[in-house]
Design a protein around this ligand. Structure first.
Ligand SMILES: [Zn+2]
Length: 345
């Protein structure tokens, strides 16, 4: 396993340097690659990283990827958030909204974004803050429950102090990928990329989320290999609003000569209300005290919201995560099969 650490210009709680770690197995000039990534959303990385480690641990020491295949592990794509137990990076940026395509602009937000921002995180010193449930109930009464899905997870580019902020420029993680991925994927024609996430969906269950940008051919491919009920189609996720800045579409556009098959492997934890509350509470703490106390109870609750301590959750999620990676390796092991599916036009 060849290992490279790609430094990020930010420090951890003990002033330690931070890096994205890249491990590669496989011979020279592979024609296909499995990519497994973790920690794009910082604190969620405790789980994705566990899947990566478990995968390496269960392999015999003599293991090599099948001929012509490379295995690429991207560990902690947001090392800052991972180290500080935040979902966002050093600039409060949600990295999975930051990978804009050529021609897209770092501006704009859903129509109700600012209303949600002000209602969910009231500002001003000494002002009495209504309990969380009251804040949510008021928004739901005024705008309807559907408005939450059409507003929050969509991302926004106007409020750097709020959740799901996509940034105003490409992130350090993006430039890092830009630097080392082209070398690793030179000559590669088929990629299967699993990007591990947590915090959305049913307890310990996994869904493979595909982006808006994938064509019908790609989504048929995912359904036939991983089972239709595990694959969630685009649009079903956020209603009619298109999410921008996802890592998957950016990679597919960056490597047009490749059949770049990317899915977000998303594992459910607690209810959306609990997860969003944990995010808002942590953002309020972050606004108040800045970069101190990574062990603060509020940050612990955030870690719990995304990677529960519950043993059953951990065992079930890890088993599913591992089998996804093994499945991906098995799929690419059969080169003839990959050829059957024409490249996306
Ligand atoms: Zn995530």
């Amino acid at each position: 396993l060849a290992h490279t650490a790609v430094p990020i210009d930010a420090e951890g709680p003990q002033q330690e340097p931070l890096s994205i770690d890249v491990a590669v197995a496989g011979g020279d000039q592979p024609s296909s690659a499995i990519v497994v990534s973790s920690g794009l959303h910082g604190v969620e990385g405790f789980f994705g990283s566990a899947v990566q480690l478990a995968f390496l641990e269960c392999l015999p020491s003599s293991w090599r990827p099948p001929a012509g295949m490379a295995l690429i592990l991207l560990h902690a794509l947001n090392p800052f958030g991972f180290a500080w137990r935040r979902r966002f990076n050093e600039d409060n940026v949600d990295l999975n909204r930051n990978f804009l395509l050529p021609g897209e602009r770092y501006s704009g937000s859903p129509p109700l974004c600012d209303a949600f921002r002000q209602a969910m995180m009231p500002r001003g010193r000494g002002r009495r803050v209504a309990p969380w449930s009251a804040r949510i109930a008021q928004l739901a009464l005024r705008h309807g429950m559907k408005a939450f899905w059409e507003t929050l997870p969509v991302g926004q580019y106007d409020f750097p102090d709020w959740l799901f902020f996509g940034g105003h420029a490409p992130s350090a993680a993006g430039s890092a990928l830009e630097r080392f991925l082209p070398r690793l994927l030179e000559g590669v024609r088929d990629v299967v990329h699993l990007d591990f996430h947590t915090g959305l969906g049913r307890w310990s269950r996994c869904e493979l989320l595909l982006s808006d940008a994938v064509g019908a051919t790609h989504s048929a491919w995912w359904r036939s290999h991983f089972g239709a009920r595990h694959v969630r189609e685009p649009r079903a996720q956020t209603g009619s609003y298109q999410v921008r800045g996802g890592l998957g579409p950016w990679l597919a556009a960056r490597f047009p000569a490749c059949r770049y098959r990317f899915a977000t492997a998303e594992f459910g934890t607690y209810s959306p209300s609990r997860v969003v509350r944990a995010l808002v509470d942590e953002l309020r703490l972050h606004t108040a005290i800045g970069l101190r106390e990574p062990d603060h109870p509020v940050r612990r609750r955030l870690a719990e919201a995304f990677v529960p301590r519950n043993r059953q959750w951990r065992a079930a999620a890890l088993t599913t995560g591992l089998s996804l990676v093994h499945q991906a390796v098995d799929i690419l092991r059969q080169p003839a099969e990959a050829e059957l599916v024409p490249a996306m036009a």
